[in-house]
Design a binder for this molecule. Structure first.
Ligand SMILES: NC(=O)c1ccc[n+]([C@@H]2O[C@H](COP(=O)([O-])OP(=O)(O)OC[C@H]3O[C@@H](n4cnc5c(N)ncnc54)[C@H](OP(=O)(O)O)[C@@H]3O)[C@@H](O)[C@H]2O)c1
Length: 250
């Protein structure tokens, strides 16, 4: 039987890289996509995946990525995982450039990939779009409103697509993780390792990149009539965005 083939964006680190590893272990053909070539090449050496360097904030780059992917064969699944948070400022003191950057990557990046790959996903007869949103796409919290707004946007893209694709052979799956201790996400958001460590301080077991990959792979490997609209996942220590159990003294 021909292997299913997936495109995973944001695959140079964190959840995306973990998803590539898991899908390859499950026998899928995988194309890993991100901007950092060195990381992608190392992942390809480790897993046997293909890779394409592309910037999700550029129409031309995403179009070129799709062209390369489709030249290699049919594609069944898009895992739109690339994303980032910039800062934790309150709305009044936030930088509009940060909002624009997050919207460009977290919302328009998903839209660009969907536009480029949807005809092929549909033509495969067994297509999937997985949108990696966040619990920030479903609740609001003070500080970081730009990230929250952009992830609400990603949720909206997924929900709208699901309606528009009714009757077509393409599932639309949204995964909304809460606190995940990936190596780079909070460091990039807050600017230092020290600040990033505080996010997870005293939390016994935040979710890991591998946990999120597990969620992606579980949804993708259900029989194709079984669509997981939305999967919200959190560590047991995080009962809600504002309710995180931390070890005393931390
Ligand atoms: N960590 C969390 O607590 C958490 C919780 C909920 C949801 N999420 C979401 O989960 C996803 C993955 O997060 P993560 O924790 O795994 O973060 P991460 O390790 O920082 O990974 C982000 C990925 O996105 C890629 N990326 C960033 N800008 C890009 C661009 N312009 N074009 C192409 N790729 C780009 C990065 O690769 P390059 O820099 O090489 O391009 C990297 O591979 C994101 O959408 C994030 O918002 C994270």
């Amino acid at each position: 039987m021909t292997a299913l083939r997936a495109v995973v964006t944001g695959a140079s680190s964190g959840m995306g890289a973990a998803t590539v590893r898991r899908l390859c272990e499950e026998g899928w053909d995988v194309v890993a996509v991100a901007r950092r070539e060195e990381e992608l090449a190392a992942l390809a050496g480790e897993t046997g995946c293909e890779y394409v360097v592309a910037d999700m904030t550029s129409d031309a780059s995403v179009a070129a990525m799709a062209e390369r992917v489709l030249a290699g064969g049919p594609v069944n699944s898009l895992v739109a995982n690339a994303g980032a948070a910039y800062g934790q400022d309150e709305v009044a003191s936030s930088d509009v450039e940060d909002w624009a950057g997050m919207f460009d990557l977290n919302v328009l990046g998903v839209v660009r990939c969907v536009k480029a790959l949807l005809p092929a996903l549909e033509a495969s007869g067994r297509g999937d779009i997985v949108v990696m949103s966040s619990t920030a796409g479903h609740i609001v919290y003070e500080g970081g409103g730009g990230y929250v707004a952009s992830k609400h946007g990603a949720h909206t893209v997924a929900a709208t697509l699901r309606l528009e694709l009714a009757g077509k052979p393409v599932r639309v799956i949204e995964i909304a993780p809460g606190m995940v201790a990936t190596e780079e996400f909070s460091r990039k958001r807050l600017g230092s390792q020290e600040a990033a460590d505080k996010v997870y301080a005293g939390v016994e077991k935040p979710l890991t990149a591998e946990d999120c990959a597990d969620a992606v792979v579980w949804t993708l490997t259900r029989p194709h009539h079984f669509n997981v609209d939305l999967m919200v996942i959190r560590p047991i220590a995080q009962a809600a965005q504002h309710k995180v159990a931390r070890n005393q003294g931390l």
